[in-house]
Design a protein around this ligand. Structure first.
Ligand code: BES
Ligand code: MN
Ligand code: ZN
Length: 499
């Protein structure tokens, strides 16, 4: 699906569906509907009279123009009730949702070419275009490559053209749509990786995909094999992969288009998490093919950043393993020695993410980083606390955390802080090692965060627990059931503001 920008009036656009966006506000609504009726006819006044469309957010109504229009269909899409003009982030999310509704309706109409006739964007011209493009494109994502039925007539929306004649929009249109394309491609990559089953994506193939993506989009990828991982003393990675027939990988991504210390992004890459000897119940264990969503977000972010040629210096670190039970697996009670020399007692082999992240966080110190941000589907406890709505945020630097919070509000990949108070530390005290990998029943997201904190170096650090936001049980406006690709838009926005 191709995104592009055109400076044109809605009447002049040749597309199978032209979507036009209408506010619910009483006076504006009537005015906008009247102007559409004047342009297209097509029974738009009948839609009004019948009360079939009121401009509610996401609401749609279809009209068939009967006056000199190049399009056979005009789709009315609601933008919802008025919100303060200065609440930019709320408007951007409205745009995404409205564009998503337009795209999904175009898809059910089997349209190949969709045009979005943008409303007046005021002060939000470039962010607004990006939001419209993202919303439409992300809503059309499907993971259907394994469905063989109807292989030949699988329908796709081939192109989405964003159109406007507003001067400020015309000025930034092409650039903003190119920006959105890179973001969408990165997010699609992350979703594809997450959704891919464990027999397709395992440490070796995850590394291969990273390498291919790097070659195509312009970043460097280095892969350490098991021997190298062992000789580096990454005992967490070795410990977790021991039960699996699949070898581990340690994947390093590098993109340097700025001088100075890098930002290091660390992604949990558990390509399948059975729990190991502390095996999980079988109900919905299949979801754990997405336990590498942190890694997917890092790879997707590198793809977006490289395609955008952002002037930043970033390093990505991905410990990739499969967590399986077997005769060679790590046992509860085993003690591992991590990259930085510290030891951990494995009380529960299902708390494996923190064990491999401990090695990566130690390794990050080598880069003398300006900041380290890790993303991990780390705890069920985080899903209990925050649901699928918002990502859990922990860390040691208020400024870094605040920046992530702002980027989250703008992209609507929101994050919310959980405290790393000192009192929680004793919950992961071990009698036989430096730290224990589980903290008991309470505050599970926080004790996991505290475990990571024990392994960070002397740098600014933020931890994002994406267990709830990366793996979705239900579809949303522009997300599907399954892997959401969360993190790509958040991190790209964070890096775009990097100085
Ligand atoms: N990958 C899981 C966390 C998870 C659970 C992510 C559900 C997404 C949805 C992680 O490795 C795990 O198993 N965590 C345990 C930790 C416990 C043993 C302390 C958990 O949350 O139950
Ligand atoms: Mn686990
Ligand atoms: Zn896991």
């Amino acid at each position: 699906m191709k995104l592009s920008f055109q400076s044109a009036a809605s009447k002049a656009i040749a597309a199978d569906v032209v979507a036009t966006f209408i506010r619910q506000d009483k006076t504006l609504f009537t005015k906008e509907m009247k102007s559409l009726e004047a342009q297209f006819g097509g029974g738009i006044s009948d839609i009004l009279k019948a009360g079939d469309f009121s401009g509610k957010i996401g609401e749609t109504a279809l009209a068939y123009p009967d006056r000199g229009s190049k399009t056979p269909r005009v789709l009315l899409v609601g933008l919802g009730e008025n919100i303060p003009d200065n609440d930019a982030n709320a408007w951007l999310e409205r745009y995404r949702r409205a564009a998503a509704a337009a795209a999904k309706r175009a898809y059910t109409l089997k349209a190949k070419r969709l045009a979005l006739a943008l409303p007046s964007l005021g002060q939000r011209s470039s962010d607004g275009i990006v939001a419209f493009a993202e919303g439409a494109a992300l809503a059309l994502y499907k993971f259907d490559k394994y469905i063989t039925k109807n292989e030949n007539n699988k329908h796709v929306v081939e192109s989405i053209v964003l159109c406007s004649q507003e001067q400020s929009v015309k000025n930034s249109g092409v650039k903003s749509v190119a920006f959105a394309s890179a973001i969408v491609e990165g997010t699609y990559r992350a979703r594809d990786l997450s959704n891919a089953p464990g027999n397709e994506i395992y440490p070796e193939t995850l590394a291969k995909t990273a390498q291919e993506t790097g070659r195509r989009s312009g970043f460097k990828v280095t892969v350490f094999d098991e021997k190298r991982i062992k000789s580096l003393g990454m005992g967490g990675i070795i410990g977790v992969c021991k039960g699996s027939a699949r070898q581990p990988r340690f994947i390093i991504l590098e993109y340097k288009k700025a001088a100075g210390q890098p930002v290091v992004l660390v992604g949990k890459g558990v390509t399948f998490d059975t729990g190991g000897i502390s095996i999980k119940p079988s109900a919905s264990m299949g979801e754990m093919k997405m336990d590498m969503s942190g890694a997917a977000a890092v790879i997707g972010t590198f793809e977006a950043v490289a395609k955008l040629k952002l002037p930043v210096n970033i390093v990505g670190l991905i410990p990739a393993v499969e967590n399986m039970p077997s005769g060679t697996a790590t046992r509860p009670g085993d003690i591992l020695r991590h990259y930085n020399g510290k030891t951990s007692e494995v009380d529960n082999t299902d708390a494996e993410g923190r064990l491999i992240l401990a090695d990566a966080l130690g390794y990050a110190e080598r880069y003398n980083p300006a900041a380290v941000i890790d993303l991990a589907t780390l705890t069920g406890a985080c899903v209990v606390a925050l649901g699928h709505v918002v990502t859990g945020l922990m860390g040691n630097d208020e400024v870094l955390m605040q920046k992530l919070k702002s980027a989250g509000e703008k992209t609507y990949e929101r994050v919310w802080p959980l405290p790393l108070f000192d009192e929680y530390e004793k919950l992961i005290k071990s009698d036989v090692a430096d730290v224990k990998n589980v903290g008991g029943r309470w505050a599970g997201a926080i004790t996991a965060g505290w475990f990571l904190k024990k392994f960070i170096g002397n740098y600014k650090w933020a931890h994002l627990d994406i267990a709830g936001t990366a793996i979705l049980e239900e579809k949303g406006d522009y997300t599907q059931r399954g892997g959401s690709g969360v993190g790509v838009r958040l991190l790209t926005e964070y890096l775009r503001n990097w100085k």
